[in-house]
Design a protein around this ligand. Sequence first.
Ligand SMILES: [Zn+2]
Length: 390
Amino acid sequence: MYQKLQADYLFTGKKMLHNGEVLIAQPNGTIEAIVAAADAGLDIQKIEGVLCPGFVNTHCHLELSHLKGVIPMHTGLVNFVMHVMAKRFYEPDVIEQAIVAAEAEMLRNGIVAVGDICNTNHTLAQKQQAAFRYYNFIETSGWLPAIADKRFKQTQELWQQFPGPKSIVPHAPYSVSTALWQKMVPHFSGNVITMHNQETPAEEALFKQGKGGFLQMYAQMQTDNSFFKPSGKSSLQTVAPYFTHAAAVILVHNTFSAKEDLRWIRQYTQQNNILLFTALCINANLYIEQQVPPVSTMMEADITITIGTDSLASNYALSVLDELIMINKRFPKIPFHTLLQWATCNGAKALDMDNIVGSFTPNTQPGILQLKGMDVLHNSMQHAQVKRLL
Ligand SMILES: [Zn+2]
């Protein structure tokens, strides 16, 4: 028997309907149609608030879930990275329990698909239970050119263990040597690639002048940096040519991206037929750097925005809705249907899953959410709550 749902508002993934349209779905959540109330027949279930497709989280590190509350807030990125490297090692059962709990939390928070960064195989057992749709980003890093071979071999071994969809991705410009980039590039072809981008001003200082906080980090890690020659360009403009054959690129954070860089990358990806997305992780940016990402500038540059939660190492929750609530607080003029599009349809496109999730398109299975507590008249999401209906 079909489910027939009618709410005050129906967000399709792309637009907001408010004339009492009815969403019709099969019991397993497969979407049949959106029809006018007069054509929907009997047994229509009335729902308070907004009906919305399931959320897509385009940036997460499920394997770091055991670090919740472990790393202090507001340390800045360089110190944060050092903390993660020093503290990520725990007993396997502690790591596994945290992964199970974090996945359950995402499910409760209405998330249906996740772009997840993997440096280890710790999440593999949980992912094989297939509660979610994952795009597994197998991440590699290594600043010393001499270790590129070894690191890339480890990454390929990890890549083989994970189910698809998946791709091999760089961690960040400041943690990947030219030698390692060159090994990765042939694997980018036709895939979705993601990278932590411009999360601290130190990244610009390193690539433009060979200075800044990362020099202290390399020194503390006893990593020789004498081989490195600054390009004189921004980190993003330095590494973007490696992405030329990728199908899509998701740039994560962009907390300190300059307007020129955002315009430049938009044009560069357009010229090279690469789909470009940014992943906003505003709560993580506030946690680590106390900085709000340049959302208005991204919108002015016509960049397609998606939402990520980052990990529990730098966030108090894995909730796309909590990210939207913070963006709504900091940017109250952005219409909330635009925010919902970032969290659904745009995220699904970024992960190349828009044929399954992200909108109420017939024959897809996007999950159906009820959003309550939205103040539509005043464009406020501050009291919004989410419940998964299907
Ligand atoms: Zn991250």
